[in-house]
Design a protein around this ligand. Structure first.
Ligand SMILES: N[C@@H]1[C@@H](O)[C@H](O)[C@@H](COP(=O)(O)O)O[C@@H]1O
Length: 363
């Protein structure tokens, strides 16, 4: 995991926007081989969207061949409601850049069959070749998308009941009236996020600092679903100083030193090589089970998915660049490292030559 710490929200957002732009440019997307970007909503990513829009307007990046998948959407509020995630995305991003509307995928929280909508969303991700970079934010309880505490770490896109804390936190967008906040949402699952080739999470402000601490310094735990990122091969969390308030000083120092050394060595992040190089490289075969694959008696029950990414497993491990080869540890006995003693230098004389009271009298 990489944890990038910047002084403030603007610096953190700038880092993330530049990072996404660099990735898209390096990928060199085309209509046949578009860059697939997962996107979040919330107040946190607004700074990133603002910078992406500015850079687009300055002619520095094009989203023409970028396919997008949004993480989540409320159930039951009209698509054109000011607080729907459809409205959010068009207001903050899509209406300002050259994303092709047919490349935009946002879950429909008003679909007649919500479960079928979720299955179709997973299928659309699969058809697009999987997500290249999933950008995300988190809730104060460490939720990723709407994967609330207790969500299965093997979950996929589904209907989710919102935790009361989330309803309370999001009521600020609904005139601070908790009764106006939708109780349900459609959300990608934890496993859907983990299958992206790269995951970048932005965390800003003191109110997210406990969640960051739980997810970075403690173990993988379904009560803090962001912690599942520890299972991903290429996760990056970008934070401002305030978000680090609950971290140990040594954790902060460690991640800062890692970034410094990486920069000195001339690289920022090593990625799976072939899958990242865009045009000309083959996209690994994606095998994600869907309801169609299930031929048992009850199609609503899917076999548990493994926690490791099928997409990433599709790429042979040898295609991942290796930073350095660490020599194997050969266990040895400490004694073999100690030179043979020089007997003439012994501090304790030979016992037989030692003058004891007994042989002193004899002498
Ligand atoms: N479903 C979204 C999450 O994807 C988002 O990360 C979270 C935090 O939002 P904010 O950035 O406003 O704190 O809000 C909602 O719960």
């Amino acid at each position: 995991m990489r944890l990038i710490i910047r002084d403030d929200a603007l610096a953190a957002s700038t880092y993330v926007a530049n990072y996404i732009i660099d990735r898209i440019r390096a990928f060199n997307p085309s209509a046949q081989h578009p860059f697939v970007l997962g996107l979040p909503t919330g107040s946190t990513p607004q700074g990133v969207y603002k910078i992406l829009v500015e850079r687009y307007k300055a002619g520095e990046i094009s989203f023409e061949h970028v396919v997008t998948f949004n993480m989540d959407e409320y159930v039951g509020i009209p698509r054109d409601d000011a607080e729907s995630y459809h409205s959010f995305m068009y207001k903050h991003f899509f209406s300002h850049v050259n994303v092709d509307p047919s490349n935009v995928h946002i879950l429909d929280g008003n679909a007649a069959n919500l479960e079928a909508e979720c299955v179709a969303f997973e299928d659309a991700i699969k058809a697009a070749g999987g997500i290249d970079l999933f950008l995300a934010g988190i809730g104060e309880d460490g939720h990723l998308a709407f994967n609330e505490p207790g969500s299965s770490l093997a979950s996929r896109t589904r209907v989710k009941t919102l935790a009361y804390e989330t309803i309370l936190a999001n009521s600020r967008f609904f005139g601070n009236d908790v009764t106006k906040v939708p109780r349900m949402a459609l959300t990608v699952g934890v496993q859907t996020v983990l299958e992206a080739r790269e995951v970048v999470v932005v965390i800003l402000g003191q109110r997210k600092s406990i969640a960051l601490q739980r997810c970075v310094e403690q173990g993988v735990n379904h009560m803090w679903t962001l912690s599942s990122l520890q299972l991903h091969p290429h996760p990056m969390i970008v934070v401002d100083e305030d978000a680090t308030l609950e971290l140990q000083v040594k954790t902060v120092k460690y991640f800062k030193s890692i970034e410094k050394i990486a920069l000195e060595e001339g690289f920022e992040q090593i990625l799976p090589s072939k899958v990242r190089t865009g045009i000309g490289s083959s996209v690994p075969e994606t095998r994600i089970h869907s309801l169609d694959d299930f031929d048992g008696p009850d199609p609503s029950i899917l076999a548990p998915q493994p926690t490791t990414s099928r997409l990433l497993r599709a790429t042979p491990a040898t295609e991942y660049p290796i930073r350095s080869v660490s020599p194997d540890l050969v266990p040895d006995r400490m004694a073999s490292r100690i030179p043979e003693p020089n007997l003439s230098m012994r501090l304790t004389p030979k016992p037989e030559l030692q003058l004891t009271p007994h042989n002193a009298i004899k002498a």
